[in-house]
Structures are given as structure tokens and as C-alpha cells.
Design a protein around this ligand. Structure first.
Ligand code: NAD
Ligand code: DAU
Length: 350
């Protein structure tokens, strides 16, 4: 093994795809998945790679500074790809402090441990912080987020991610820690936890339950297939420049209502139901407080500097995603039981 790489949050939605990409592509790396296994972490996401000799899992909460330091001391990682986070905006509105503790304090704990471990030999080391386009706040009807767009977060989730981005940059400026940041748009794909719009709608179409659309449904998001995010992380981790940020997106904007109608159309076809059946489930509900109108990424920098382009269209990616959920009903049932039922009732109950 010529390198040890920590991937934090590797049992989550995006993290599991990043782990898979790295384990399969880099047999010479030792990939250590560092994850606390919260409600969003699920080792079932990694059944296909868990027996590979270059993969290991460590259960570790990044809020625990001493535990994090001991882990760095033991493994002496050469790189960190940091995805562990509380990731759901609606949950951040209900419990903001959880987001400060994991997303801000947890990130600072990792930065401190990396700084200590790499202080004598920072060359060839890299701390890659995986962040979001939500740090830029909201766009109006036009325009795109570039890497120079000023930060203007509105939700407790995006405020916590913005804060963590600032800490990462501060460690580069103050301590010369070698860092890169990526800010990505909305992901979708296999293993997506059904609290988020797309998997929630897939689950509810299957169960013939209402498809809750916040406000007027005209809010716009820029969607990227999760495997394409993992590919972009690989590219930036290996070829990005220290101290730089890279936006990741697919130039693929959809108003929520149009996206849900496309999902309904595809699901009716796949389930052999009459056209229009799923759309009847669409239900407009109370809006999300502080709801950002529109996100859209200008991905020119990663495209021109690193040659990155997404590999699938949205329609293809969505079709693949729905097929995955239809073929993995047990996964869906497992994650949508227990705590999830309680969350669902609190969020969407009368
Ligand atoms: P997720 O909620 O599916 O997974 C988060 C993972 O982090 C889980 O495995 C969980 O167990 C782990 N985790 C949470 N708290 C932890 C703690 N205190 N210690 C250790 N592990 C902990 O999230 P996701 O959607 O896969 O997002 C991963 C990262 O990518 C996050 O940093 C998120 O901000 C960022 N991001 C997400 C999207 C998106 O569309 N989902 C887009 C851009 C950026
Ligand atoms: O932009 C990147 C961000 O995308 C990531 O940083 C976050 O971790 C990720 O959760 C995602 O945030 P969003 O809030 O955009 O995703 P979500 O799937 O929760 O919502 C997408 C849009 O759909 C948003 O406008 C809110 C709306 N929505 C969501 C839910 C859950 C609904 O209308 N109804 C719903 O029930």
C-alpha cells in the first residue's frame, strides 16, 4: 500500500460512492472509511467492497477530538477526503446545534489532527473538504454560482458548511495545511436516503402516498448523478491545486415540480401503471422556512482546468436511480423503518 487515505462519512450516500470509486480504482491505496454510523450511515451501502484487502472501516465520531487524534496517530494518513456531515436542510431547521457540532467542530477536529500529523512533512499530503453550493445562498431567475460568488448561507445547514469551508481556508492560510475544497450541486442516485426529495418521491410513489411539494414547486436545483460527483472528487483530490475551490455541477437545472413530474412519468412506465397515476399523488404543502429559490453551478473551472464533464444525462441518471430503488426494495425498507417513521411523521404529519 503506498498511501493511506481517510474518507470520512464513507457509509453515507455520497461517501459510499467515493469509497467504491477509490477502492476499485486505487488498489495500492489503503482506504479507511471513518464514520460514526448515524441514521444516515449504512454499511449495507458498501457490501460489494467490504471484503477488499485495501479497504477498512473504523467507527469514529468526528466530534470526539481525542478519538480523531488517536486515529490519525495510528494510521498516519497521507490524505483526507472529508464528507462526514449532518446533511439535511430540514433537520437543520429543527436541530441546528447538531449541525454546528458535526459540521463545524467535527471539521476543526480533523483539521487539527491533520495539522499535527503532517507538521514535519506536509509535502504530498492533502485535506479535501467536500462542501456544497448552498454556501453561496440563493440566485434569482438568472446567473450562476462561480468560485468567486460571495458566501451568503441561509439555512443552519448551509451556515455550518460555510463556516467549515472558512475554517479549512483559515488552516491553509495560517498553518500552510495543504487543502482543496469542492462545492457541489444537488446529488441523486443509488443509496440516497429517503428524506431528500428524489428518493422520498420514489418511496412514496411505491407506497401510493402523497408527494409533498414545498410552496409553489418553482424552486430550482441543479442535479448531478452521484457517481459523477465521486469522479469529480477523485479528479480534484489528485489534480486540484492547493488552496483552490472547485465548483462541481452538471448544468442541469430543474424546477422541483417539473422534476417530480418527470419522476412520476418514468415510474408509471416502469411499474406498468396508467400514465398520470403517480402525478395524482402530488400535494402542495407548507413551504420550507428560508427556502432558497434557485441554485445553479458554473462548472467552467473544473471543466477547463481539469477536463471534467458529467457522464450521464439527467433522464438516464434518474432512470438508473429508479431502477436501483426498484431492485433494492429491502434496502429501502430497512432505512425507511424505525427512526425514519418518526422523522416522517414529525416533518409531514398533520
Ligand atoms: P449523508 O447524510 O448521506 O451521509 C453523511 C455521513 O456522515 C453518514 O455516513 C453519517 O453516518 C456520517 N456522519 C454524520 N455525523 C458524523 C459524525 N459526527 N462523525 C462521523 N461521521 C458522521 O450525506 P451526503 O448526502 O452523502 O453528503 C456527504 C457530504 O457531501 C456532506 O458533507 C454534504 O454537506 C456534502 N454535499 C452533499 C450534497 C448532496 O446533494 N447530498 C451536495 C453537495 C455536498
Ligand atoms: O445543493 C446541495 C445540497 O442539496 C446539499 O448540500 C444537501 O446536503 C442536500 O440535502 C441538498 O439540499 P436540498 O435542500 O436542495 O435537497 P432536498 O432534496 O432536501 O430538497 C430539494 C428541493 O426539493 C428543495 O427545493 C426543497 C424541495 N423539497 C424537498 C423535500 C424533502 C420539497 O419540495 N419537498 C420535500 O419533501
Amino acid at each position: 500500500m503506498n498511501k493511506t487515505i481517510f474518507i470520512t462519512g464513507g457509509a453515507g450516500f455520497i461517501g459510499s460512492h467515493v469509497v467504491r470509486e477509490f477502492v476499485n480504482k486505487y488498489p495500492d491505496y489503503h482506504i479507511v472509511n471513518v464514520d460514526a454510523l448515524t441514521y444516515a450511515g449504512n454499511l449495507e451501502n458498501l457490501r460489494d467492497v467490504e471484503r477488499k484487502s485495501n479497504y477498512s472501516f473504523v467507527k469514529q465520531d468526528i466530534r470526539d477530538a481525542a478519538g480523531v487524534s488517536a486515529l490519525f496517530e495510528k494510521h498516519q494518513p497521507d490524505g483526507v477526503i472529508h464528507l462526514a456531515a449532518e446533511s439535511h436542510v430540514d433537520r437543520s431547521i429543527v436541530a441546528p446545534t447538531d449541525f454546528v457540532l458535526t459540521n463545524v467542530l467535527g471539521t476543526v477536529n480533523l483539521l487539527n489532527a491533520a495539522r499535527e500529523t503532517w507538521k514535519d512533512k506536509p509535502e504530498g499530503k492533502r485535506f479535501h473538504h467536500v462542501s456544497t453550493d448552498e454556501v453561496y445562498g440563493t440566485l434569482g431567475e438568472t446567473g450562476l454560482f462561480t468560485e468567486d460568488t460571495p458566501y451568503d448561507p441561509h439555512s443552519p445547514y448551509s451556515a455550518s458548511k460555510a463556516s467549515s469551508d472558512h475554517f479549512v481556508r483559515a488552516y491553509q492560510d495560517t498553518y500552510d495545511l495543504p487543502v482543496v475544497i469542492t462545492n457541489c450541486s444537488n446529488n441523486y442516485g443509488p443509496n440516497h436516503f429517503p428524506e431528500k426529495l428524489i428518493p422520498l418521491c420514489i418511496l412514496n410513489v411505491l407506497n401510493e402516498k402523497p408527494l409533498p411539494i414545498y410552496g409553489d414547486g418553482k424552486y430550482t436545483r441543479d442535479w448531478l448523478f452521484v457517481v459523477d460527483h465521486a469522479r469529480a472528487i477523485d479528479l480534484v483530490f489528485h489534480q486540484g491545486k492547493n488552496g483552490e475551490s472547485y465548483n462541481i455541477g452538471g448544468f442541469n437545472e430543474w424546477q422541483n415540480i417539473d422534476l417530480v413530474k418527470e419522476l412520476c412519468k418514468q415510474m408509471d412506465e416502469k411499474l406498468g401503471r396508467a400514465s398520470g397515476t403517480a402525478e395524482k399523488l402530488i400535494t402542495y404543502v407548507k413551504d420550507r422556512p428560508g427556502h432558497d429559490l434557485r441554485y445553479a453551478i458554473d462548472a467552467t473551472k473544473i471543466n477547463t482546468e481539469l477536463g471534467y464533464t458529467p457522464s450521464v444525462t439527467f433522464e438516464e441518471g434518474l432512470s438508473h436511480t429508479i431502477d436501483w430503488f426498484l431492485n433494492n426494495r429491502q434496502w429501502l425498507e430497512n432505512v425507511a423503518s424505525g427512526d425514519y417513521q418518526h422523522y416522517y411523521e414529525e416533518q409531514y404529519g398533520e
